[in-house]
Design a protein around this ligand. Structure first.
Ligand code: PLP
Length: 411
């Protein structure tokens, strides 16, 4: 008696119980610790272009610097006029009809806008169809907003195209929306117009909203063409997401946008919700907003990097070749993005816990990957590899992965 009660542990909110974002998860924490201990880690875990010498265009940097004196105040919640006007022209180039300045929201990267779009929409019990594998922020944002993510499969045997039958089978009375990530992270797939049209038809039939994350729409190899989801209908409410992070190698400037397309009249109430959330965070980082007009109107330097002989293209080709040479490993060739999502044949590599597998690779070979389950892939038989390092580093890293797997096979 008399002893003071022990202070209560401070716990995270219950709403975080279902939220997962493993790209910066526990294995990354261990990698940082190893770096602090003096080890060099080869990081194939995150699409941070500038960190690998893919500099953001100088033109963008100079214009941001020039505009810095104008950028100290808050802007309009939806963003500065010049940026939104440039995005409006961009939607016209992509063949999207009927977009006005009012339909465009500038955010602190696409990330902020994804969370905002889900928060404004979802109530408990609402379901959103999200791809498996996915960029995990989508699943996390649905959960955080109180909704239920339901995963539709992308089919590896068909070049990772969405399985439309699976998508259809998972629609029920609680379904509110379908998320499509095209070009896709983590698989590197680009969807043909025919597939996109089938998804539009499903959305129309079941009265669903389409969310299209198109943040890699210029990081395209093999001369593939990207069609924006919003260019395929004027009736289905389609919200597209894009920004400077990948196409313009400017992740750190946190400049992204979201455009509400399609029949907006029936979405007045939802749009009011979006406007409220945009106002509550006052505005996006203003210096970053000044980079948008320059980027969209300027020299599209990404084209040189993805063209035959370009640095990104060479690294993609090399990484894909080397990965496929490892026994029991196969990989669909990415047509876009900075990523590939190889498969480890379960007969050769009977992995039970893919996070533990990735952690072991880190300890033994000092190479950091992200496990497939981090992208909501339901089986422990994939990982994502980022092919941003220079060719010599990629050779070294994939050589280490091959050595680790060779030892794994001998166990
Ligand atoms: N969407 C996808 C598919 C991504 O891969 C990423 C980042 O890797 C994002 C969104 C987030 O982009 P931003 O830097 O604009 O927040």
């Amino acid at each position: 008696a008399g002893a003071a009660a022990a202070p209560r542990p401070i716990r995270k909110s219950a709403k975080l119980a279902e939220v997962c974002y493993d790209i910066r998860g526990p294995v990354l924490v261990r990698a940082k610790q190893m770096e602090d201990e003096g080890h060099k880690i080869i990081k194939l875990n995150i699409g941070n272009l500038a960190a690998f010498g893919f500099d953001s265009p100088e033109e963008i940097q100079m214009d941001m610097i020039r505009n810095l004196p104008n950028a100290a105040g808050y802007s309009d919640s939806k963003g500065i006029f010049s940026a939104r006007k440039a995005v409006m022209h961009y939607t016209q180039q992509k063949g999207i009809k009927g977009v006005t300045i009012e339909d465009i929201y500038i955010g602190n990267g696409v990330s902020e806008l994804i969370v905002m779009a889900m928060n404004a929409l979802l109530d408990a019990g609402d379901e959103v169809l999200v791809p498996a594998p996915d960029y995990p922020l989508w699943t996390a944002a649905v959960s955080l907003s109180g909704g239920k993510p339901v995963h539709y499969l992308c089919d590896e045997s068909k070049g990772w195209l969405p399985d439309i039958d699976d998508m259809r089978a998972k629609i029920n009375a609680n379904t509110r929306a379908i998320v499509v990530i095209n070009p896709n992270n983590p698989t590197g797939a680009v969807y043909p117009e025919e597939t996109l049209k089938q998804i539009v038809a499903l959305a129309r039939e079941h009265d669903l909203i389409l969310y299209a994350d198109e943040v890699y729409d210029k990081v395209l190899y093999e001369g593939v063409k990207h069609t924006s989801m919003a260019a395929l209908s004027e009736d289905v409410l389609t919200i597209i997401f894009n920004g400077l992070s990948k196409n313009y190698r400017s992740c750190g400037y946190r400049a992204g946008w979201m455009v509400v397309c399609g029949d907006k009249r029936r979405a007045n109430d939802y749009i009011e919700g979006l406007n409220m959330l945009a106002s509550m965070r006052l505005c996006a980082n203003v210096p970053g907003q000044y980079a948008i007009q320059t980027a969209l109107g300027g020299y599209q330097s990404i084209d040189d990097l993805v063209a035959v002989g370009g640095r990104m293209r060479r690294q993609r080709d090399l990484a894909w070749e080397l990965i496929n040479q490892i026994p029991g490993v196969s990989c669909v060739k990415p047509e876009a993005t900075l990523y590939m999502f190889p498969r480890l044949d379960p007969k050769v590599y009977p992995i039970e816990d893919d996070q533990a597998f990735i952690a072991e690779l880190l300890e033994e070979e000092r190479v950091l990957l992200v496990q497939g389950s981090g992208f909501n892939w339901p089986h422990p038989d994939h990982f994502r590899l980022v092919f941003l390092p220079h060719e010599d580093d990629l050779r070294d890293a994939i050589g280490r992965i091959a050595r680790f797997l060779e030892n794994y096979r001998k166990r």
